[in-house]
Write a protein that binds this ligand. Structure first.
Ligand SMILES: Cc1cc2nc3c(=O)[nH]c(=O)nc-3n(C[C@H](O)[C@H](O)[C@H](O)COP(=O)(O)OP(=O)(O)OC[C@H]3O[C@@H](n4cnc5c(N)ncnc54)[C@H](O)[C@@H]3O)c2cc1C
Length: 540
């Protein structure tokens, strides 16, 4: 058993930023399931939104965020994020992050939904630069111990201590985590006074996603199993245009390359497979309509035609200009056989961001004592029903910092009496020699979620998906109980659990709001007060 003051799970922006802050007063173990840099953070392109310029104001940023959130944002949480943002950006810079500058000042750009240019960025590789700087800083801090290739399996709370299993849900504690140490191939118990979940998103629940393979929703699923509250899981943001690679099988767990919104801003036209431009049918702003409207239009065309993609056409622009503006997109498509200066680009929407998550208060505390959640896995309330572009990296640093403030206070008078924690018991289980069961179930879950719980929903589709996901869940639980744990089975179980939560929340919302659109309730429910959908596992 390993012991530490604070255990952090995840090495994206939220986990690393929290680790650096907490190392000022406590010892930290940070576990991450692959190598340190592999995270959603590493792929973030655009940047971080914050009020930097004198002509901008907190009120404007708050207002833009509230508009995007379609009536469901927690305005206190938004205000904290916006007002504390500039100081956190300065800290990122003090930690070594090099943002793009123009004439000696931060170069601020404007993105969809923002009324002012306020996006701080490092060219179009902002996330990579932040990860580089934060990893390099943590490497030099002695009381941060980073353990790579180590996957958190389950939180240690009353639910896995036999004598305490029946204790009330609102009085539960977290004493650490069981992890699968991929370096030694065995399960290790890590006992901590405080645990922070910074495990990122869940894009891999869907067939098409911009998220890397690590985004299997492990944090959401672990918390569900432990009985904490989870909210607004139906609000999954889909990016309208990811590259549909002709020969790439996305059902077995792959990442789709993002074709930036800037391509539509540059004059790109969306066309059906027959070559007809279609956006004018859906919105007068055509290709420049907001993300969710464009994604719905593409989805509708795909569903009508039965094709798997539509086209994005920029062939009417000059070759030199295309290559100059989009060198990375040009090269990536070219390498897979599409010259975007000559050919239409096949595109499909892709799951991009989870707006809901583990419900936390303004100090990132979950409903389990000693358990915090920061970054994409958490639901602070800042995104409401739809995330404003570039607010997620900001939310991650602001709320990681707020967690560190509360943890400092808590550690001062920490009650050291903890129950005896049982070791991981896998007696009677066998190593699986039937990987086909895993790959088949994974394909089925991702396809089901894509077809029935995607951009446009209906009661019929959701109920059909629920029946299929419940079957898959029963099968995986059966297999899990008799198998020695390994990464693929843990991740599949978590993906299926997240799929179940998204469906459950979507069925609870009897209206269309923000990212959740259902043909059975196509309008906002304006008769009742907007409310969050909260789910909690009560079978503990
Ligand atoms: C292509 C793309 C572009 C984006 N562009 C922007 C942008 O311009 N601006 C913006 O604000 N947001 C953007 N986002 C969203 C943003 O990048 C993420 O929301 C943010 O980086 C999440 O940070 P995080 O620290 O919460 O999680 P992540 O960065 O995803 O880190 C999660 C970490 O947890 C680890 N982990 C997960 N499960 C386990 C487990 N069971 N055990 C151990 N470790 C585990 C992972 O390996 C990883 O290290 C983008 C996202 C994508 C995918």
């Amino acid at each position: 058993m390993l012991k530490t003051d604070v255990l952090i799970i995840g090495s994206g922006i939220a986990g690393l930023f929290a680790a650096i802050k907490i190392s000022e007063f406590a010892n930290v173990i940070l576990v991450t399931k692959k190598d340190k840099a592999e995270s959603n953070t590493n792929y973030a392109q655009g940047g971080i939104a914050s009020v930097i310029d004198k002509s901008d104001s907190f009120e404007k940023h708050i207002n833009d965020t509230l508009i995007a959130g379609a009536g469901l944002c927690n305005s206190k949480a938004v205000e904290l994020m916006v007002k504390e943002g500039p100081d956190r950006i300065k800290e990122l810079m003090a930690l070594g992050t090099q943002f793009t500058q123009k004439s000696g000042k931060l170069d601020l750009v404007r993105e969809g939904g923002h009324s002012m240019p306020r996006i701080v960025h490092a060219k179009d590789l902002t996330g990579k630069e932040i990860e580089r700087a934060l990893i390099s800083m943590t490497n030099n801090i002695k009381n941060i111990h980073v353990i790579e290739n180590t996957l958190a399996i389950d939180l240690i709370t009353e639910h896995n201590i036999p004598d305490l299993r029946n204790s009330p849900l609102d009085k539960r504690n977290c004493w650490g985590t069981y992890v699968l140490d991929g370096n030694q191939g065995k399960v290790v118990t890590i006992n901590s006074k405080v645990t922070i979940l910074a495990t990122g998103g869940l894009g891999q629940v869907y067939q098409h996603t911009t998220n890397p393979l690590i985004a299997t929703g492990d944090g959401f699923a672990m918390v569900y199993r432990a009985g904490a509250r989870i909210g607004n899981m139906e609000f999954v943001q889909f990016h309208p245009t990811s590259y549909y690679e002709p020969n790439k099988n996305t059902t077995a767990g792959k990442t789709s390359f993002l074709i930036s919104e800037a391509v539509r801003g540059f004059g790109g036209i969306l066309r059906t497979k027959k070559g007809e431009a279609f956006m004018a049918k859906y919105d007068s702003r055509e290709e420049l309509a907001p993300r969710d409207i464009v994604a719905r239009a593409i989805d509708s065309e795909i569903k009508k035609s039965g094709e798997e993609f539509v086209y994005l056409d920029i062939t009417h622009k000059s070759k030199d200009e295309i290559i100059q503006h989009f060198p990375n997109i040009y090269q990536t498509c070219f390498n897979s056989g599409i010259d975007i200066t000559q050919n239409f680009i096949p595109v499909v929407p892709a799951a991009h961001y989870a707006c809901g998550g583990v419900k936390v208060n303004e100090f990132s505390q979950t409903t389990i004592n000693g358990l915090f959640a920061c970054g994409e896995v958490s639901m602070t309330g800042v995104h409401g029903a739809n995330r404003l572009a570039s607010n997620s990296l900001l939310e991650a640093i602001v709320y990681a910092n707020r967690a560190s403030i509360k943890i400092k206070e808590m550690l001062k008078d920490y009650d050291t009496s903890i129950p005896e924690i049982p070791h991981w018991d896998d007696s009677g289980t066998l190593s699986s020699d039937e990987l086909v069961l895993i790959t088949h179930s994974l394909k089925e879950a991702k396809q089901t979620m894509w077809d029935y719980v995607g951009i446009v929903r209906s009661n019929n589709r959701l109920e059909r998906a629920q029946r299929r996901i419940t079957n898959l869940s029963d099968e995986i639980e059966h297999l899990y109980k008799k198998t020695k744990v390994f990464n693929d089975i843990i991740e599949l179980r978590n993906i299926i659990s997240c799929a179940g939560m998204i469906i459950q929340s979507a069925l609870l919302r009897k209206e269309s709001r923000g990212l959740h659109y259902t043909i059975d309730y196509p309008n906002l429910d304006d008769k009742s007060k907007p409310k969050d959908t909260i789910i909690q596992n009560r079978e503990l």
